[in-house]
Design a binder for this molecule. Structure first.
Ligand SMILES: Nc1nc2c(ncn2[C@@H]2O[C@H](COP(=O)(O)OP(=O)(O)OP(=O)(O)O)[C@@H](O)[C@H]2O)c(=O)[nH]1
Ligand SMILES: [Mg+2]
Length: 235
């Protein structure tokens, strides 16, 4: 299976130079989606891409949001004929050491989640971030009927068959809540979901980009999808 790792970046210069060599040790290609990072992440990624054919870089004009960065990566993966796309954060919260077990698991699933909330998984965050993550997961599972234990995780391996069924033009979340919204389509599509345990570590280098606005948007996304569920709509 040929897999494209989709790596959204915004000001991850310190991390990208450490992460790309780690990813190159694995049987995957890489697509960095950089939003004109002022710290030069995009230029660093270009230098790597010039030396290594397995790396490509999508440059966008400014900070357009995590969700649309994933979409840009998915479109690249589909256009280039990859069998699957793996999304992950570029700040080592999603450690590449878990990718081999995700690649193995995809043999029996359509979506594999690097999961914080199955046996063996863990979240190493400050307590308030841990609570926020747990509550948003709990609410999404309760209101939207999601069966995955970690339905807000960004560490995911999607088969292209799943991506092709997603209405990428009509997804309304452009930020972090994209993850909650895509889970809607995966679950409605009846796809097989598997989870492999990961230990999620807090970032050591660089700064967090999640804002209170994104948290608010996350809540509105859940309620919007909940209303859709009440109306019995599948799209
Ligand atoms: N291209 C692009 N990447 C983004 C954008 N916002 C965040 N990212 C990247 O998405 C990934 C996750 O963002 P983080 O800031 O780590 O968010 P988080 O993991 O929820 O927050 P922390 O745990 O506090 O780091 C990182 O690789 C970011 O560089 C964006 O608007 N555009
Ligand atoms: Mg992070």
């Amino acid at each position: 299976m040929n897999v494209l790792v989709v790596l959204p970046t915004y000001n991850e210069a310190e991390n990208i130079v450490l992460l790309l060599p780690k990813l190159l040790e694995l049987p995957v290609d890489i697509c960095v989606v950089d939003d004109g990072s002022p710290d030069g992440t995009g230029a660093l990624a270009d230098e790597w891409a010039a030396r290594e054919r397995r790396i490509r870089v999508v440059h966008r004009s400014g900070k357009l949001g995590l969700g649309t960065a994933y979409i840009a990566g998915f479109r690249t993966a589909l256009a280039a004929g990859y069998d699957a796309a793996l999304t992950m954060d570029a700040d080592f919260s999603h450690n590449p050491k878990y990718i081999p077990s995700m690649l193995t698991k995809i043999a029996e699933a359509d979506l594999v989640i690097g999961s914080r909330y199955v046996c063996g998984g863990e979240v190493r965050y400050p307590w308030h971030r841990r609570m926020l993550s747990k509550i948003s997961n709990f609410v999404a599972r309760l209101l939207l009927g999601y069966t995955a234990h970690d339905c807000t995780a960004g560490f995911r391996l999607y088969r292209s068959t799943v991506l092709r069924t997603m209405p990428l033009d009509r997804i309304f979340s452009n930020g972090y809540s994209f993850l909650t919204e895509t889970m809607w389509h995966v679950q409605r599509g009846g796809f097989r979901i598997a989870e492999v345990p990961i230990i999620f570590e807090d970032r050591v280098r660089g700064q967090s980009k999640i804002s209170s606005r994104e948290i608010y948007r996350g809540m509105t996304t859940v309620f919007r999808l909940f209303l859709r569920r009440l109306r019995g709509r599948t799209e």
